[in-house]
Design a protein around this ligand. Structure first.
Ligand code: BG6
Ligand code: MG
Length: 218
């Protein structure tokens, strides 16, 4: 029985990957190497500092922890300058309708994101009020694929993991959901997100009825 749905933010509710990409690419350019869209795929669902490590590995560069903190800060300042201007129009298709349907049916809603910028993004896209609980990069110690973010969400909602469904676009996030023993729906392509219980392209036309059918037949 579904009692709660837990949503990743970046790539599930909004497409922020493009802003992360521009900001990381700008840092790479400054450091003198190229950072491609393909490279950016490796950063999906990955924490800010881990993302920087991957970026520096691509550039073949090494820095001290203090230098890395300053770089992450710089990237984030640029990233924030983009997300500050986000509007509700950037919510991915079908998301508001699906969230509203969950609310109408009394199913709880939580956010489970690695991003420390989650509160600002939710505010800008005017969706803060839709989430019963928000667990983000500010409230977790362990990054996905560790299940902490989703287990905390379920705990705060007072709902057991077996009654939770997770929506995720990143491989690390799907692993986190599996580690939390929650039913997991991948948002994207089956080729990449094969370990999810079900993969859908997005929320356009997706309903609680379809979700229940998928769970029953799995
Ligand atoms: C995840 C994104 O949701 O949040 C990653 O998929 C990002 O790309 C991570 O690095 C951390 O985000 P932020 O906003 O705290 O730098
Ligand atoms: Mg994501």
């Amino acid at each position: 029985m579904i009692k709660a749905c837990l949503f990743d933010l970046d790539g599930v509710v909004v497409d922020t990957a493009k802003y992360h990409f521009i900001a990381w690419r700008s840092l790479a350019e400054e450091l003198g190497f190229e950072f491609t869209q393909e490279d950016n795929e490796r950063l999906k669902g990955v924490s800010r500092m881990k993302s920087l490590d991957i970026l520096l590995e691509i550039g073949g560069l090494e820095f001290s922890d203090d230098e890395k903190l300053a770089m992450a800060e710089k990237k984030n300042t640029l990233y924030v300058s983009y997300i500050e201007r986000m509007t509700p129009e950037e919510i991915l298709p079908g998301v508001p309708e699906f969230l509203q349907e969950l609310r109408n049916k009394g199913i709880k809603i939580a956010l489970g994101s690695a991003s420390k910028n989650s509160p600002m993004i939710l505010d800008r896209i005017q969706l803060s009020g839709m989430f019963d609980v928000v667990i983000d990069g500010n409230s977790i110690k362990e990054a996905k694929p560790n299940p902490e973010v989703f287990l905390k969400g379920a705990e705060r909602l007072g709902i057991s993991p077996e009654n939770c469904v997770v929506f995720e676009d990143a491989v690390a996030g799907i692993e986190a959901a599996r580690n939390a023993k929650m039913y997991c729906i991948g948002i994207g392509e089956p080729e990449t997100l094969g370990m999810a219980d079900l993969v859908i392209k997005g929320f356009d036309g997706f309903t609680v009825e379809k979700l229940k059918k998928a769970i029953e037949t799995s």
